[in-house]
Write a protein that binds this ligand. Structure first.
Ligand code: AMP
Ligand code: FES
Ligand code: ZN
Length: 319
């Protein structure tokens, strides 16, 4: 098969949704163009911004960091060690090794040192690991960014992630969630830092191909605590549609982002008050000072519940 761009034989990546196949070098050019286009179209950030890239050790976030560095953006990596036996150590190794290969040292937050390792915290409050993990990660993404004077927080969510979430939100008519499902959430008062998803135009397969061809070593195992079976069902359904009708995913997502789409609010409206999630103008958490739409932020409320459960247990053990 010939490469669509340089016309030489030896195309390594076939992309039916773009009616194209590329050799490795031309695929790198194509992939980076897609990411740049994603940043430009939604004005996610500019060369003046300081970008905190949240890296989990998986392919998406390491590829994102790689592309942003190659494009000359000012970036630092943040890894949150969730305290999950085995898995967290293996993920951290990948992040540290990748960063070292690029002459970087990532910022590392260890949840066990913060007193809230995910597995133990989940046991204490009798909740699914993943539901508290999201709250804790979001809290530290913003806190590290605000403390380090970063202007943007970037995560590695790709087109497959975003369309699966969109399908889920549409099937359940989660209108408020739709408003917050934008690859750009603006900064707001009290140190709420802008959040962006620069890989929104590229698929999981494209990101995996980029990582593989670039020789980026990433963790392939899923988090053992992951219970998010529903998003996998949506991903599978969309993959089957994409196989039959290449290009459906990006059409679906771009249609959602179209400003004339009545179901989509502007990113600036993401913090409009609603009954379920609060919203409005952020204020400082009464306990830790982090931006929140409630009296106390969800992280501090969670920590308090964990603290109470621990002291209850300790009381029982000594009785
Ligand atoms: P997930 O929620 O696991 O699908 O991850 C979505 C994105 O969140 C990843 O692409 C990363 O950018 C970021 N992320 C997930 N886990 C971590 C972590 N432990 N440390 C830093 N960033 C993370
Ligand atoms: Fe959150 Fe696994 S518990 S990624
Ligand atoms: Zn707080």
């Amino acid at each position: 098969m010939k490469c669509k761009r340089c016309r030489r034989a030896g195309a390594a990546v076939e992309l039916p949704s773009h009616h194209a196949a590329f050799c490795p070098d031309c695929f790198f050019v194509f992939f980076r163009r897609q990411v740049k286009e994603g940043i430009r179209k939604l004005r996610l950030f500019s060369p003046e911004d300081r970008v905190l890239v949240c890296v989990s050790g998986g392919k998406d976030s390491l590829v994102l960091w790689d592309v942003l560095m190659e494009e000359g953006y000012e970036t630092e990596g943040l890894y949150i060690d969730l305290g999950i036996e085995g898995y967290s150590d293996r993920s951290k190794e990948k992040v540290l090794a990748y960063a070292a290969s690029r002459g970087k040292t990532p910022i590392v937050v260890e949840l066990s040192k913060e007193g809230i390792p995910i597995p133990e915290a989940a046991r204490c409050v009798r909740m699914q690991e993943c539901s508290i993990c999201g709250t804790v990660k979001r809290y530290f993404f913003n806190r590290v960014a605000a403390e380090g004077k970063f202007t943007v927080v970037a995560t590695g969510h790709n087109l497959d992630d975003e369309t699966a979430r969109l399908l889920g939100n549409l099937l359940h008519w989660q209108r408020d969630h739709l408003a917050r499902q934008h690859p750009f959430l603006p900064e707001a008062g009290e140190g709420l830092v802008r959040k962006v998803k620069p890989l929104w135009r590229v698929t999981e397969m494209e990101t995996a191909a980029y990582g593989f061809l670039k020789g980026i070593d990433y963790v392939t195992e899923e988090c053992p605590m992951s219970e998010d079976a529903t998003s996998l069902v949506y991903k599978e359904a969309l993959s089957r549609i994409e196989d039959k009708m290449p290009g459906t995913r990006i059409v679906f997502y771009q249609g959602f982002l179209d400003p004339s789409n009545p179901l989509r609010k502007s990113p600036e409206a993401a913090y409009e008050p609603d009954e379920e999630e609060g919203g409005g103008s952020p204020r400082a958490c009464a306990s830790c000072g982090a931006p929140t739409f409630a009296e106390t932020c969800s992280f501090c409320r969670l920590k308090e519940r964990v603290r109470k459960a621990r002291s209850l247990r300790a009381g029982r053990a000594s009785a």
